[in-house]
Design a protein around this ligand. Structure first.
Ligand code: NI
Length: 502
């Protein structure tokens, strides 16, 4: 990076010497002197054409001196009128900005100097790097501006002409470049200045060379301790995958770089291929697992039951229920309240992680038939959002509180693809609050394919479970989730779905 600064420095020096030569021959035929008496008493404008070492570009020195300032602008004139106009208009703006910025009480003669270095990369790509030195009241600033031009096509080149890369990736590379700059050149940058560099993508000054993509940061963004602009180069090594094939008309990669690029592309293709195969393998595994799952559920022989637990999760009862279910490797369905999920998200997650199904029992346990469609949607969706947030799975089974549903409730559910799930066996656990009574109630009503209603908020329900599980297990019942039961019974849709009853 230091090398760059040196090279530009040299070019500028060469050009500066040329200016001196030309200015010393101010009797030259090309010199034009005008006097403008309307604004300044001694307003002198000089235009000098100086020889340039470049065939397609020559330079004109434009100088102006008034009582309060001097301006000396080196203006490149190319073979393209379009490009000339663009450069000229930029220079004119710079000059006007400088004049407007002059304070009333200029103590010293202010000055604006614009020098340019021309770096031809290939026949089609020239870099014009302007250095703008302003001095106002002894306060100096040094700025850089780059024009990347294609004289044959008569156009300014943009990054898109070289690279196929988006801003955010570029920012990542640049960030890495800045880190390297800090390490290699021992420059410390505040978090703020790093942020300002990275955020102002439109103001980036850059050029391409055989070394890669170089950004120039100046007084407005980033300078070293002595206020010199800094250069950050992103080497081609990082850019190989993002280079347009057509870039070689502007920058020719060395043989070694071309070889490296070929290898980088091959490696990338290989990586994509492996990732594709991996994705295919995973998709196959998933399909196979789903096939086995549906086979196992459709092959349920004998008796099965879907145990469901409402109104939780609760801190006291839900963990006990989970523990007993686990002993029988049983899966159940928990219809949770959104408000309870807010209180105990970690328990909701434990339920899901244990492989149980989670359904939606609404947010506030209101009678949905007393609400309008918007209210129904809010009650259902805020709960589904919470469950999805906590478990990563959005429930599609809805159990309306009190089993209450009407046209509106069914319509809202149908519109968003939810199924309304009721029950065929009520354990009456909420009423009896007695383990033996709960077991008796279920025992009297139970049939294969039933959906059993319980509540994981009453400790007596947890008390009843060991006996219930033991008995049902001995009777040959398999414990399935509501979704599995729907599959086995070939049921789906809005419902309401009750499960089998006697
Ligand atoms: Ni309830």
């Amino acid at each position: 990076m230091i090398r760059h600064i040196t090279r530009i420095g040299l070019l500028i020096t060469v050009i500066a010497i040329l200016i001196v030569i030309v200015l010393n021959h101010s009797n030259d035929d090309e010199t034009k002197v005008t006097t403008d008496s309307s604004t300044h008493a001694s307003h002198v404008q000089l235009k000098n054409k100086i020889p340039s070492p470049y065939k397609q570009i020559h330079l004109i020195i434009d100088s102006e001196k008034t009582k309060s300032y001097t301006v000396q602008v080196m203006k490149p004139v190319t073979t393209s009128e379009t490009i000339n106009q663009e450069i000229e208009s930029w220079l004119e703006t710079e000059k006007q900005l400088f004049i407007q910025s002059l304070p009333e009480d200029t103590k010293e003669l202010a000055s604006l100097k614009v020098n340019v270095s021309i770096e031809p990369e290939t026949k089609q790509y020239q870099r014009l790097i302007f250095q703008i030195d302003k001095s106002i009241n002894q306060k100096g600033t040094e700025l850089k501006k780059v024009f990347n031009i294609d004289l044959e096509a008569e156009k300014m080149l943009s990054l898109d002409d070289f690279l196929d890369i988006n801003d955010s990736l570029l920012q990542t590379f640049l960030k890495h470049g800045i880190e390297l700059l800090q390490v290699e050149d021992d420059i410390t940058l505040s978090e703020n200045s790093q942020q300002s560099i990275l955020s102002s993508t439109n103001n980036w000054e850059w050029f391409m060379s055989q070394e890669g993509l170089t950004f120039i940061f100046d007084g407005t963004t980033l300078t070293d301790d002595n206020n010199h602009p800094l250069l950050v180069t992103i080497p081609f090594k990082a850019l190989y995958l993002h280079i347009h094939d057509s870039m070689n008309q502007y920058v020719e990669l060395s043989e070694k770089q071309q070889e490296e690029r070929k290898m980088a592309i091959e490696e990338e293709e290989q990586r994509i291929l492996i990732a594709k195969r991996e994705a295919e393998r995973k998709a196959q595994e998933k399909a196979e697992a789903e096939r086995q799952q549906s086979e196992s559920t459709s092959n349920v022989k004998g008796k099965y039951v879907a145990l469901t637990f409402d109104d939780g999760p609760s801190a006291e009862v839900t963990p006990r229920v989970l523990e007993i279910l686990k002993q029988y490797n049983a899966k159940a369905t928990f219809f949770m309240l959104g408000s309870q999920v807010s209180y105990h998200p970690e328990i909701a997650k434990r339920v899901a992680d244990a492989g149980h199904e989670i359904g939606n029992h609404t947010e506030q346990h209101q009678d949905l038939t007393k609400l309008g469609p918007d209210g129904i949607r809010r009650e259902i969706n805020s709960t589904s959002d919470k469950i999805a947030n906590v478990t990563g799975v959005r429930p599609y089974l809805v159990r309306p509180p009190y089993g209450a549903h009407n046209e509106n409730v069914r319509h809202v559910a149908a519109n968003q693809g939810d199924s309304i799930i009721l029950w065929s066996v009520d354990s009456l656990d909420w009423k009896s609050r007695n383990a033996a009574a709960i077991n008796r109630e279920i025992g009297q009503q139970l049939t294969s394919g039933a959906i059993v209603l319980m509540h994981d908020i009453h400790p007596t329900t947890a008390d009843a479970l060991p006996e219930l599980m033991k008995t049902l297990h001995q009777q040959g019942y398999q414990f399935v989730t509501v979704s599995q039961l729907l599959k086995i019974q070939g049921l789906s849709g809005v419902g309401p779905i009750y499960g089998s009853s006697k």
